[in-house]
Design a protein around this ligand. Structure first.
Ligand code: PEP
Length: 251
């Protein structure tokens, strides 16, 4: 049995007070979803203290949306993995396409970040996915393979056990376009095969692979019914408690 996970990515939205309200809204109705569905919220750095406090005892875990690629030192404006872990953060979203595209995140920096996340006892939610032109050229498998080989293949088996992958086709993020259920299944299955090449069938069969890209309550069920789709990384719809829990209820 694989873990089932619905993770929110709040991106650069809400004030801390609004974030607390949102968290409380999710906590109030999360009982409508199966208890086996793990809920994670990826909050801005500024919210970790207040939202983390509000999440205590709710079973909702806190993720950060990024971390520094150095352990500490003269890196003005950066936030280290150690700082995040000390605040009770359990997960760090890494390699989101917005960070790859707008902040020049490369496999080289991601390798450093992922290592620091593990060193500090947290787990990465590693995002991969192809751009529209790459999908049009039918290059999605090649792109995802490279993003896995360049980063995930450097992990030890013990580190791999804690990894969560989010497949997020860039053309579906925030666009209202969603991969069809079959498109999602096809590539999730492929990703699992690539993982198996390095870590073996058994370890790969345990890795949660989340789908991300305009996922909402109305399309989550079809996606989550697919054999290799283990949940979602949710952007826009995670900013509304009813929608976020509505997606979790699709399991
Ligand atoms: C995301 O940014 O991770 C995401 C999936 O966004 P959205 O759900 O808004 O497409």
């Amino acid at each position: 049995m694989r873990r089932t996970i619905v993770a929110g990515n709040w991106k650069m939205n809400t004030t801390p007070a609004q974030g607390v309200e949102l968290l409380e809204g999710v906590a109030a109705i999360k009982g409508e979803a199966k208890a086996s569905v793990e809920l994670i919220v990826g909050v801005p750095f500024t919210h970790i203290c207040a939202v983390g406090k509000a999440a205590q005892g709710t079973g909702i875990a806190i993720a950060a949306q990024n971390c520094a690629d150095h352990a500490k030192g003269a890196y003005t404006g950066e936030v280290s993995a150690e700082m995040l872990a000390s605040m009770g953060v359990e997960y760090v979203i890494l390699g989101h396409s917005e960070r790859r595209e707008y902040y020049g995140e490369t496999s080289e920096t991601l390798n450093k970040k992922i290592e620091l996340v593990y060193q500090n006892g947290m787990s990465p939610i590693y995002c991969i996915g192809e751009k529209q032109q790459e999908r049009e050229a039918n290059r999605q498998n090649e792109v995802c393979r490279a993003q896995i080989q360049e980063v995930v293949f450097n992990l030890t088996p013990e580190q791999f056990e804690k990894l969560i992958i989010a497949y997020e086709p860039v053309w579906a993020i925030g666009t209202g376009l969603t991969a069809t259920d079959d498109q999602a299944q096809e590539i999730h299955h492929y990703i699992r095969q690539v993982l198996a090449e390095k870590f073996g069938e058994q370890a790969a069969s345990k890795c949660p692979i989340l789908y991300g890209g305009s996922c909402k309550p109305s399309n989550a069920k079809g996606l989550f019914e697919k054999a290799d789709v283990d949940g979602g990384l949710i952007g826009g719809a995670s900013l509304n408690a009813q929608d976020f829990v509505g997606i979790a209820k699709a399991f």
